[in-house]
Design a protein around this ligand. Structure first.
Ligand SMILES: [Zn+2]
Length: 284
C-alpha cells in the first residue's frame, strides 16, 4: 500500500503515468469483510470507533462531551444498542467525558483502562457508570492481546506498568490494531517520554496508520518515533481553534517530513478508513 488519495481522478492519472494497474472495483465492493476505523470529529479530544468484519465494536475514548453520540449514530444501525468494548486511554476530560454518555446509552461488556486515576467529576462518573453497567473491568498492560473478533486484534504496547498518579499521560493505553497485513497505531495522548519508552522496549511500532499522539502537541511525534512507525497516513484529532494550539507547527512539520499523508478532524471532519486485510481505503 503506497497511496490513497481523496481524488480518484488524480489517482487514476498518477497510476496511469506510473504504468500501474489499479483495480478500483475493490474499493466499491468491500461489503462486510472489512474492518472499519472511524476517527470521530468530537472537537478537542479523541474518540475512535472500530468495527470488525463480524460486526464486533469497540470505542477508544469518548471525546469531551455528548458529541460522540451523534457520531456513533452516523456509523451504527439505529437499532444497535450495544458496543462490545470501550477503552479509556487515560482519565483526562477530553477522553473520558463522552464515554459516560456512551455507557448510559449503550450496553457495554468490557471496559479497558490504564489504571491511572484522576480526581475529576467526569472520571468518577465513568467509574460509576462502568459499575452500574456491570461491564468487566480490564487493566491494559503491555503484552496483552485483545481479540476484537477471530481475525482482528489489538496488541497493548503501553502502559508497561502503572507509573503513579503524577501525570495520567504517562500511564497511557497505546494499542496496535492488526487485521491481516494492515495495522494502525492508536496512541492517545502519548508523551515524548512514552514514545522513548516504546522505542526502547523492542515492541513492533511499524504501522500503516498513526493516530498522532496528543492531538499534535509539539513534544510528541518525535522524529525517532516517526521513523519507527513509518506511517502512510497520520490522523490528528483536534478541535478547530482549540486553546492549546493543537496541532502544532512543530508536530505537523515532522509529520510532513515523514512522508505520511496528514488528516485532521478539525479541518477534514470525521475520517474513516476501511481495511480488507490487504490494504486501507479511505471512505468518502
Ligand atoms: Zn487529550
Amino acid at each position: 500500500m503506497k497511496n490513497w488519495r481523496k481524488n480518484l481522478a488524480w489517482y487514476f492519472l498518477s497510476a496511469l503515468a506510473l504504468g500501474a494497474v489499479v483495480v478500483w472495483s475493490a474499493v466499491f465492493h468491500l461489503g462486510r469483510s472489512t474492518l472499519t476505523v472511524s476517527f470521530f470529529d468530537v472537537g478537542q479530544g479523541d474518540a475512535i470507533f472500530i468495527e470488525a468484519p463480524n460486526g464486533n465494536q469497540m470505542l477508544i475514548d469518548g471525546g469531551p462531551d455528548k458529541k460522540v453520540l451523534r457520531e456513533l449514530a452516523d456509523v451504527m444501525s439505529f437499532w444497535d444498542r450495544s458496543i462490545d468494548m470501550i477503552v479509556l486511554t487515560h482519565p483526562h476530560q477530553d477522553h473520558v467525558a463522552g464515554l459516560v454518555d456512551v455507557l448510559r446509552r449503550f450496553d457495554v461488556d468490557y471496559a479497558v483502562e490504564s489504571g491511572a486515576r484522576h480526581t475529576i467529576a467526569e472520571y468518577d462518573a465513568f467509574e460509576r457508570a462502568v459499575a452500574d453497567e456491570k461491564a468487566e473491568h480490564i487493566f491494559a498492560r503491555r503484552g496483552m492481546r485483545i481479540w476484537l473478533s477471530g481475525d482482528v486484534y489489538l496488541d497493548v504496547l503501553e502502559p508497561k506498568e502503572f507509573l503513579g498518579d503524577g501525570n495520567p499521560n504517562e500511564t497511557m493505553v497505546v494499542v496496535r490494531l492488526v487485521y491481516g497485513k494492515t495495522s494502525a497505531l492508536l496512541t492517545g495522548d502519548l508523551t515524548e517520554k512514552g514514545e522513548a519508552r516504546l522505542l526502547g522496549s523492542g515492541v513492533v511500532l511499524d504501522s500503516d496508520i498513526l493516530k498522532v499522539p496528543h492531538h499534535g502537541s509539539k513534544y510528541s511525534s518525535t522524529n525517532a518515533f516517526l521513523r519507527a512507525v513509518t506511517p502512510e497516513a497520520a490522523i490528528v484529532s483536534a478541535g478547530a481553534k482549540n486553546r492549546y494550539g493543537h496541532p502544532t507547527r512543530e508536530a505537523l512539520g515532522r509529520l510532513a517530513a515523514s512522508a505520511a499523508e496528514i488528516f485532521r478532524t478539525d479541518t477534514d471532519g470525521t475520517v474513516i478508513f476501511e481495511s480488507d486485510g490487504e490494504r486501507w481505503y479511505q471512505r468518502k
